[in-house]
Design a protein around this ligand. Structure first.
Ligand code: PMP
Length: 437
């Protein structure tokens, strides 16, 4: 675009050196009409600035990790201090113990944790541990849930791959895909049938207990209880993938968040995968769970998992600092209040212009589907009008509002967003709905 000549120039060059010009397909603008993605240069609070000097209000939050706003002073100074003391030792450090203790205090189902470098690694390893613990091979997952890019969970995955119209990935052997059973989210009967057919071979049922990857979708009342009860009856383990949900809605995970409407003990997972927010914007992942299951992991047990970069001091320091900010009273209530204003305002604005729009909101995270019915599973989410989203995305971008370039992705509030930011967003949305109706 002529407003972004430097982004266009960099994209030209990037494509010569980097496959597709981007280091993650979800950053490309392929799903929103193509062309150069915006190359950002710096960020502070709820805003970032591109290489052409344009300013944007950020709802991407880097796909989830940025919850304290960009360059939060408490997080930044923790990273600087860590870097000044050396970036990597290959030995244990005290910070790892501190962050592990903080995670355990917030997430009761964690007896033991292990830090890794990404959500993908965390999920991948929970599957290995579940297989080691049960001596079984198959995995059940839910349609449209995204669990990173390892072989087993890229089968019928949502998020990036489905946005790009690739239901699956090349390079995954059919023999591996055949170990995965996919069931619709919120479908107890579907899970019952799957476990009836294959239950004796199932090592684990993997779930985003609150979905963040085809929109923000809550489990229906009783669904998580059903998942846990039926999975255990089949002798399999329950794995919650909370990479995107942990510390997003409150100081904890779905397990603790859902305790408000469900029996806490009845929805406790055996293993949990974590990432994103717990690293305060630096690379991290973690997994953990019941002590006797985690005892499968080397050096205690026979399931091998390792990492040169795992638990690196800068990520650990950023994670601790980020959680310290989130522990302050009132932090989540403020994000929720802003999220409520945003969701209500978008619904009203879309309705004024006759644009069908379903807005799901969970605390300070919302999703928008351009369709005229509720979204409770992946089938319903897929009814969203991708071309209309693309047009809306472009209109918002031209007004300085940065959304994820994907029709299913959430909009995330941070502690840096203000009421004035919501006003600005709703004004931009009003004009955008008007022009795309
Ligand atoms: N699980 C979930 C639920 C996710 O949302 C993501 C990332 N969007 C992942 C796993 C993979 O995490 P990472 O990108 O850090 O590998």
């Amino acid at each position: 675009s002529n407003l972004r000549p430097e982004s266009a120039r960099l994209y030209e060059e990037a494509q010569r050196h980097i496959v597709g010009g981007v280091n993650s397909p979800s950053r490309s603008f392929k799903a929103v009409g193509g062309g150069a993605p915006v190359f950002m240069q710096r960020a502070e609070g709820a805003y970032f600035w591109d290489v052409d000097g344009n300013r944007y209000l950020d709802y991407l939050a880097a796909f989830g990790p940025i919850i304290t706003g960009h360059a939060h002073p408490h997080v930044t100074s923790a990273i600087v201090r860590a870097a000044q003391n050396g970036t990597l030792y290959g030995t244990p450090t005290e910070g790892e113990v501190t962050l592990a203790r903080m995670l355990k205090e917030a997430i009761p189902s964690l007896d033991k944790v292990r830090f890794v470098n990404s959500g993908t690694e965390a999920v991948m390893t929970t599957i290995r541990v579940a297989r080691a613990a049960t001596g079984r091979n198959k995995i059940v997952k839910f349609a449209g849930c995204y669990h990173g890019h390892s072989d087993l969970v890229l089968v019928a995955a949502g998020s990036g791959p489905s946005t790009l119209g690739i239901p699956d990935s090349a390079g995954i052997p059919v023999s591996i895909a055949s170990e995965v059973i996919t069931v619709p989210f919120n479908d107890t009967e579907g899970l019952r049938l799957a476990l009836e057919a294959w239950g004796d071979d199932v090592a684990a049922v993997m779930i985003e207990p609150i979905v963040g990857n085809f929109g923000m979708v809550m489990p229906k009342s009783g669904f998580l209880e059903d998942v846990c009860r039926m999975t255990r009856a089949a002798g399999a383990l329950v794995i919650y993938d909370e990479v995107i949900t942990a510390f997003r809605f409150h100081y904890g995970t779905t397990q603790t968040y859902a305790a408000a409407f469900a029996d806490f003990a009845a929805i406790e997972p055996d293993l949990t995968a974590l990432g994103k927010i717990i690293g305060g914007g630096l690379p991290i992942g973690a997994y953990g769970g019941r002590a006797e299951i985690m005892a499968q992991v080397a050096p205690l047990g026979p399931a091998y998992q390792a990492g040169t970069m795992a638990g690196n001091p800068a990520s650990i320091a950023a994670g601790i600092a980020c959680l310290e900010v989130l522990r302050e009273p009132g932090v989540y209530a403020r994000m929720e209040a802003l999220g409520t204003r945003l969701a209500d305002g978008l619904r009203e604005s879309a309705e004024r212009h006759g644009v069908p729009l379903t807005v799901n909101r969970i605390a300070g995270a919302i999703s928008t589907h351009f369709c005229d019915h509720p979204v409770t599973n992946y089938d319903e989410a897929q009814d969203t009008d991708g071309e209309r989203f693309a047009a809306f995305f472009r209109e918002m971008l031209s007004r300085g509002i940065y959304l994820a370039p994907s029709k299913y992705e959430a909009w995330f509030l941070t502690t840096a967003h203000t009421d004035a930011d919501i006003d600005r967003t709703l004004e931009a949305a009003e004009e955008s709905f008007k022009s795309i109706r």
